[in-house]
Design a protein around this ligand. Structure first.
Ligand SMILES: Cc1cc2nc3c(=O)[nH]c(=O)nc-3n(C[C@H](O)[C@H](O)[C@H](O)COP(=O)(O)O)c2cc1C
Length: 273
C-alpha cells in the first residue's frame, strides 16, 4: 500500500470509526484525501486573501452543476470595512468571524428565472416551493465547490448560517433584491493551526444500497456518541469532560431557532406552496 492509500484509509477510519476499503491503484487519491480531511476552521493566520483570489475561486465554484441550467446561485464577497462590521455585529457570539481575512455570502437567486418570463411577457407558472428549493440547492452546491476550491489553494473555511438569525438585517446590509435569499456565509483564510477531524456517523447509518429501510438508527447514534466523546476528549487534552454528540444537539436545539425564516423567505417574494 502506498503512502497516499494509507493516509486516506487512516483518515476515513478516523471519520467513520471503521475501515473503508480503498481499491488498489486508484487515481486521484490526493483529491479524495483533501475531501476527507476537509474541516471547518475558525482560526486564521494573519495573511490577507486578496479579492483577485476570491474572484478566481468564485469562478471555479460557479462551474457547479445547476438545476435546469437556471444558474440560481450568487456570491457576495464582502470587502468594504463598514459592510464587514455590519455583518460582524449580527454574530456577536462569533468573534472569529471579525478576524476572518475574507467573508462571502452565498445566495439563492430566484429572481433571474422569473425575470426571463417577465421579459418575454409570459406568465410565470412556477412560483412554488420547488423554485425556492432549487435556488437554495444551487447555492449550496456552489458553496461546497468554493470550499473545495479554497482547500485546493491552501485556504481553510467555515460556513456561517448564524448570519441568517437576523435575516432582515442581513438582506438590508447586502441589498438583496426580491427573490434573492442568503443560504450561508463562508469565512476563509489561511490556517493558524492544524485542526483535528470531526468524526461522522457510521456509514451503516448514512450510506444505503437500493433502499433505506429502518430509519431509527439508535445503535449507530450510540456508537457515534462514544466515538465523538473520545474525539473531543483527545482534542481538548482532557480539559473538560466532553458531552455526547446527541446531548450537544439536544442542548443546541432545545429552543426553537430561526422560526421567522419562512416569513422572511415569503417577504423576499417566494411563494412556498
Ligand atoms: C450550512 C452550514 C452552516 C453552518 N453554520 C455555522 C455557523 O453559523 N457557525 C459555526 O461555527 N459553524 C457553522 N457550520 C460548520 C459546522 O458547525 C461544521 O461543519 C460541523 O460542526 C462539523 O464540523 P466539520 O465541518 O469540521 O467536520 C455550518 C456548516 C454548514 C454546512
Amino acid at each position: 500500500m502506498n503512502k497516499l492509500e494509507t493516509q486516506l484509509q487512516d483518515a476515513l477510519a478516523k471519520r467513520f470509526g471503521s475501515a473503508v476499503d480503498v481499491p488498489a491503484d486508484l487515481p486521484g487519491l490526493d483529491s479524495l484525501l483533501r475531501i476527507v480531511e476537509q474541516s471547518s476552521q475558525r482560526r486564521w493566520a494573519d495573511t490577507a486573501v486578496p479579492p483577485e483570489l476570491t474572484r478566481l475561486l468564485a469562478a471555479c465554484a460557479l462551474c457547479a452543476p445547476t438545476k435546469s441550467y437556471l444558474q440560481q446561485a450568487d456570491i457576495v464577497d464582502v470587502r468594504d470595512t463598514a459592510q464587514r462590521a455590519a455583518l460582524t455585529a449580527l454574530t456577536p457570539s462569533m468573534p472569529w468571524l471579525a478576524d476572518a481575512p475574507a467573508l462571502l455570502v452565498f445566495c439563492g437567486n430566484g429572481r433571474r428565472f422569473k425575470r426571463l418570463f417577465e421579459r418575454a411577457g409570459q406568465a410565470f407558472s412556477n412560483d412554488h416551493l420547488d423554485s425556492f428549493f432549487n435556488a437554495t440547492v444551487d447555492a449550496s452546491l456552489v458553496m461546497m465547490n468554493f470550499i473545495n476550491a479554497a482547500a485546493a489553494v491552501g485556504l481553510v473555511s467555515c460556513p456561517i448560517s448564524l448570519l441568517r438569525n437576523q435575516a432582515d438585517k442581513l438582506a438590508q446590509i447586502l441589498a438583496l433584491p426580491e427573490r434573492v435569499v442568503p443560504v450561508a456565509g463562508l469565512c476563509i483564510g489561511y490556517p493558524a493551526a492544524p485542526t483535528a477531524l470531526n468524526p461522522r456517523l457510521p456509514l451503516a447509518a448514512t450510506f444505503h444500497t437500493d433502499r433505506i429501510g429502518a430509519v431509527d438508527d439508535d445503535p449507530a447514534v450510540d456508537d457515534f456518541d462514544a466515538r465523538y466523546i473520545a474525539a473531543r476528549a483527545e482534542q481538548s487534552g482532557g480539559a473538560a469532560p466532553p458531552r455526547a454528540w446527541s446531548t450537544e444537539r439536544l442542548h443546541q436545539y432545545s429552543a426553537s431557532q430561526r422560526d421567522d425564516w419562512g416569513r422572511f423567505v415569503r417577504a423576499q417574494g417566494f411563494d412556498l406552496r
